[in-house]
Design a protein around this ligand. Structure first.
Ligand SMILES: [Ca+2]
Ligand SMILES: [Ca+2]
Length: 206
């Protein structure tokens, strides 16, 4: 699944809302109370998403929310038909310099069969949108670790392009020149372990 054909992801979100409204879905009929009872009392949900972060063909639930004025991300996994808290972000989703996290998406950005989480932030003044990609790293299924594997921005605000560059799976960011800054088309290729810049075209400022 790629970013720009995100229909499966959106369908998953729609399905989850149906779940929260009481419709029957595989994870059980008590997902609403499972999720809310595990989160702080002042939680305000921003967005949900279902994706398979482990690559075991079973989807987990990602919940983006605010509490005490901070955005937080918590993952749940299905256990015996209930949602069970699985992972908390512990700060890896915090924005910088006035950035605020706006939304999330899930996609297999590196082609390894497991989904990653893409978090989107609007930068100060809404001049650009930053994407931060989190991937499940070392750890086991019971104690997962999610690491930031890529971060860059698109301006005017937009989404990175997921695709291929030659034989490599790639993520591309485009930033228009503005003010004193040049722009770029910057391609990151997955080398099996990390995303590395594999192509960059500079767009000089006028
Ligand atoms: Ca899974
Ligand atoms: Ca992946």
């Amino acid at each position: 699944m790629v970013c720009c054909s995100g229909r499966p992801w959106r369908l998953a979100v729609v399905a989850l809302f149906a779940l929260l409204l009481g419709a029957a879905l595989p994870a059980g009929s008590h997902a609403n109370s499972d999720v809310y009872s595990a989160l702080p009392g002042d939680t305000r949900i921003l967005q949900y998403g279902l994706a398979d972060f482990e690559g075991d063909a079973v989807k987990e639930l990602a919940v983006l929310y605010t509490t005490a004025g901070q955005a937080r991300l918590t993952f749940f996994r299905g256990e015996s038909g209930r949602w069970s808290r699985w992972w908390d972000d512990e700060g890896v989703i915090d924005g910088q310099d006035g950035e605020t996290v706006r939304s999330l998406e899930a996609a297999d950005t590196n082609g390894d069969g497991r989904d990653e989480v893409l978090l989107y932030y609007l930068t100060k003044g809404n001049a650009a949108m930053k994407a931060r990609i989190l991937m499940m790293g070392d750890g086991d299924g019971n104690n997962p670790v999610f690491d930031v594997i890529l971060e860059d921005m698109t301006a005017p605000p937009g989404y990175p392009l997921l695709g291929t560059e030659g034989q490599a799976v790639s993520v591309t960011f485009m930033k228009m020149a503005s003010g004193e800054d040049d722009g770029y088309r910057r391609v990151y290729c997955w080398d099996g372990e990390a995303f590395e810049v594999c192509k960059e075209v500079v767009w000089e400022k006028p």
